[in-house]
Design a protein. Structure first.
Length: 221
């Protein structure tokens, strides 16, 4: 008859009662019995803080029909049921959460230290790149200055080449003029020599004639 009674109880209990969850007090272990009396057999020993689902509550006997987490059902005294988890279980949950939070903090601390190290490395790399950039800018300035000097030298070479060309032309002109002058001088000396010879020849003829005339005049006496 008891299984039939339990079945009827389960069928007639309100749906809300099936969803209600209570916890075993944290003072000691509680016996879950097959009925609403200490004379009924013990179905299971429920440890402090264990969660059970309340299926029905007998106000007269002050027993509640509950279902354990492993699926077993039985009756426990209603005064041993609490609305909230036992302090020991709550402490364990809090300690677990604290451990998890501490692990997260440690992990975040490791991440922060890693990020700080990466930031320091990035700053060092940035400073190195800045120094390299400054050195490159200085080299570029030197190259530009050298290029400007080279262009200036090339321009000066062009000017010098132009001057050299002009001087070569002037030298060629002077050489030609000197050659012409030498030719003219030679011609002048030749003409002068010829003129001197002619003058000497003419003087010689005149002198000879004068002598002849004097001889003739002397012979006439």
């Amino acid at each position: 008859m008891k299984p039939i009674r339990l079945l009827l109880v389960l069928l007639l209990m309100p749906p809300a009662a099936l969803a209600e969850t209570k916890y075993i007090t944290d003072e000691f272990e509680v016996t879950m019995r097959s009925g609403t009396s200490t004379s009924n057999s013990i179905v299971k020993m429920l440890k402090s803080g264990a969660a059970v689902s309340v299926l029905d509550e007998d106000l007269a006997s002050q027993y509640s029909l509950v279902e354990a987490e492993d699926g077993k059902q039985g009756y426990v005294l209603s005064r041993f049921l609490m609305e909230r988890p036992a302090a020991q279980q709550t402490l364990a949950i809090l300690e677990q959460k604290y451990s998890e939070q501490q692990a997260r903090l440690d992990s975040q601390g490791e991440q922060i230290r890693g990020l700080e190290a990466a930031l320091e490395q990035a700053q060092s790399d940035n400073e190195t790149l800045k120094n390299t950039l400054r050195a490159s800018e200085q080299e570029l300035s030197s190259v530009r200055a050298a290029a400007a000097d080279t262009l200036e030298i090339l321009d000066q070479n062009k000017q010098l080449q132009s001057v050299v060309g002009q001087l070569q032309q002037e030298q060629a002109r002077l050489v030609e003029e000197n050659r012409e002058l030498r030719d003219t001088t030679r011609l002048d000396w030749f003409i002068r020599g010829g003129a001197v010879c002619l003058i000497a020849f003419a003087i010689g003829i005149l002198v000879t004639r004068i002598r002849w005339r004097k001889q003739d005049s002397w012979g006439s006496y």
